[in-house]
Design a binder for this molecule. Structure first.
Ligand code: KIV
Ligand code: ZN
Length: 513
């Protein structure tokens, strides 16, 4: 057994299945590039057969990523597997991940198939996939709730057909660490050809134990791959969180004795990018990536940390990519200095046009905000008005008036494609008036299911506000994010970004539909 633990990131597939977290091709590509900087071993880029949009996203990622293996999910049928292989063709290293449910409940109620049919379909799928790709992962969906006897039979069969990784999903997050660890161990002991494949764990977080279960699968069960997502993103309560599981294995190397290839300095930038793109805010007390994760507020702790950091610190904030709130650039900084800072922060822009758009936004921000921090720059490049230069709706100008005793009023100018509009409205507050004014022209009919404001840098009212808006319309859910020192402006940008996404045709079908 090797001492290397493979980190398989499924933010762009299982994470994206979370309602509201669906991403455009370009957003997925940007995150994939960050995952490569993070040095994850495998990036599950999507589910190529689920939609043309996801096919294109998997293909673009396969083209762009050179270091990590790029993987696509596929149901256990020839069509899905062919689509996955086609999308992965440009990849330097590729993997097809095929799955079929093996629990009695799923086979009978969902698939309406017998055990014999499922076994045969799994066998044929892996045989077919193996002719198209050398690296094949097989997952018995709802594996943890499957009959062990039958599960062993399926696994032995697919390994004999050439599956190189066997992944055991706890699809509904039902497992308990000790039991899951022993389950993996039992399977590895009972399946006669188990040593011919790498064993993998895939845990959902419904009982809050996805990380603990995954670690038990490694420690007790002997698994050597963990499937996880940035910020634990995923349907319902999410998946095993990459940052937690990686830092647990690294910090407690004395216990696990395993190496991970992750560049931990890229963890916080990755967390921030995923949160900004999806609009799923990270709770302040979230381990590793929460704003308070390294904040020592009590006097006793502060005193101890000042005397010797390891009195209360088991990890260093800088090792996971937290930067001190440093003033890095000012209004006199030039384009080169700005570009260099982007590089130092590990931010790669897709084109010079994006750098120019980001630099223009930086200049604008520096005129209005005296101190620019790294966090401001990260937010600025994540701002959809910069990265999605092709956005349909764009803010041109905004004026709003609010006075005690008066009803707030907003006048806004925005562009829809090449046409410019000027609209005005009253509202309960300045944000409400602004969004009502936009809606009076666009008439999207969308329902707002989330509106949230966060301060990008803490500790000062000078901080930029970052607004996330989530809209729902005809079964589609989209997020828009905007940042600005003026939260009314940030709100208008976020709303226009969300409307642009609704207006585009980017579609996505969830994996298990
Ligand atoms: O949770 C699950 O069962 C899955 C499989 C498709 C691997 O995500
Ligand atoms: Zn899953």
């Amino acid at each position: 057994m090797t001492d290397k633990l493979i980190i398989f990131d499924t933010t762009l597939r299982d994470g994206e299945q979370s309602p509201g977290a669906s991403m455009t091709r370009d957003e997925k590509l940007r995150i994939a590039r960050q995952l490569e900087r993070l040095r994850v071993d495998v990036i599950e880029a999507g589910f190529a057969a689920s939609s043309n949009g996801d096919f294109e996203a998997v293909r673009a990622i396969a083209q762009a990523v050179r270091e990590s293996t790029v993987c696509s999910l596929a149901r256990a049928n020839d069509r899905d597997i062919s689509r996955a292989a086609e999308a992965l063709r440009p990849a330097a290293r590729s993997r097809i991940h095929t799955f079929i449910a093996t629990s009695e409940l799923h086979m009978e109620k969902k698939l309406r198939m017998t055990r014999e049919q499922v076994l045969e379909q799994a066998r044929l799928a892996v045989r077919f996939a193996r002719n198209l790709c050398d690296d094949i992962e097989f997952s018995p969906e709802d594996g943890y709730r499957s009959d062990p006897e039958f599960l062993c039979q399926v696994i032995e069969t697919v390994i004999a057909e050439g599956a190189t990784t066997i992944n055991i999903p706890d699809t509904v997050g039902y497992a308990i660490p000790e039991l899951y660890g022993h389950f993996i161990r039992m399977l590895r002991e009972r399946v006669p050809n188990s040593d011919k494949a790498v064993w993998s764990v895939h845990c959902h977080n419904d009982l809050g134990m996805a990380v603990a279960n995954s670690l038990a699968g490694v420690k007790i069960g002997g698994a050597r791959q963990i499937e996880c997502t940035i910020n634990g993103l995923g349907e319902r309560a999410g998946n095993c969180s990459l940052e937690e599981v990686v830092m647990a294995v690294k910090t407690r190397r004395d216990h696990f004795g395993l190496d991970v290839g992750i560049d931990t300095h890229q963890i916080v930038p990755a967390s921030r990018m995923v949160s900004q793109t999806t609009g799923f805010v990270v709770q302040p007390n979230k381990a590793i990536v929460g704003a308070n994760a390294f904040a020592h507020a009590s006097g006793i702790h502060q005193d101890g940390v000042l005397k010797a950091r390891d009195t209360y610190e088991i990890m260093r904030a800088e090792d996971v990519g937290w930067t001190a709130n440093k003033i890095v650039l000012g209004k006199l900084s030039g384009r080169n200095a700005f570009k260099q800072r982007l590089q130092e922060l590990g931010i790669e822009m897709a084109s010079e046009a994006e750098v120019n758009a980001a630099f223009a936004r930086f200049k604008d921000l520096a005129d209005r905000k005296s101190e620019i921090f790294d966090e401001d720059i990260i937010a600025l490049v994540g701002d959809e008005s910069v990265t999605a230069v092709q956005e349909h709706y764009r803010l041109l100008s905004l004026a709003q008036r609010s006075e005690t005793g008066e009803r707030p009023h907003a006048t806004i100018a925005f562009a829809a494609g090449d046409v410019e509009y000027r609209v005005e409205s009253e509202g309960n507050g300045p944000v409400d008036a602004t969004l009502k004014a936009i809606e009076s022209k666009v008439c999207s009919g969308a329902e707002m299911v989330l509106y949230s404001v966060n301060a990008i840098t803490s500790g000062s009212t000078e901080s930029q506000g970052e607004v996330t808006v989530r809209l729902q319309h005809s079964g589609r859910i989209v997020n828009g994010v905007g940042s600005d020192p003026d939260i009314v402006v940030a709100s208008a940008k976020a709303y226009l970004a969300a409307l642009s996404k609704l207006q585009s045709n980017a579609e996505r079908v969830p994996a298990q539909s």
